[in-house]
Write a protein that binds this ligand. Structure first.
Ligand code: AMP
Length: 116
């Protein structure tokens, strides 16, 4: 296991873990963009969305359902939140271990600024 997120998942790097099971680990982003900013990460090292396989339907679904449950526990389900997965260069992906950002706790404005 090589990514920084794998080290968090296996417990060799500290993080504020809010949920963990056999498939997923969720922890607070170290540089939060909003009052709630949690990363939902498959325990298996999958670099990007492009690397998901056809057999990963259940895993991908679990990521979404974990986001739903964590949003509820964080008290932002009703006020709302945003789910983001960045992919590769144009998506500004920094950590090449698939992760779903769960961001909320304030109004987030428009999704993407229009190109100039
Ligand atoms: P992305 O640009 O989608 O790859 O996002 C990577 C995210 O990982 C950023 O929001 C970082 O703040 C976050 N991050 C990087 N290192 C850590 C860490 N050790 N613990 C928690 N979050 C981290």
């Amino acid at each position: 296991m090589s990514t920084i997120f794998s080290k968090i998942i296996e417990g060799s790097l500290p993080a504020d873990i809010v949920y963990q099971d056999d498939h997923l680990t969720a922890f607070r982003d170290i540089n939060p963009a909003a009052p709630t900013h949690i990363l939902i990460v498959p325990n298996r090292e999958i670099p990007t969305v492009n690397d998901l396989e056809d057999g990963d339907e259940a895993l991908a679904g679990k990521m979404l359902l974990a986001a739903r449950d964590i949003a509820k526990r964080e008290g932002i389900a009703e006020s709302g939140y945003r789910l983001i997965i960045n992919c590769n260069k144009d998506g500004n992906q920094e950590v090449f271990h698939l992760h779903l950002h769960l961001i909320g706790g304030r109004s987030l404005g428009n999704m993407v600024k229009p190109a100039k």
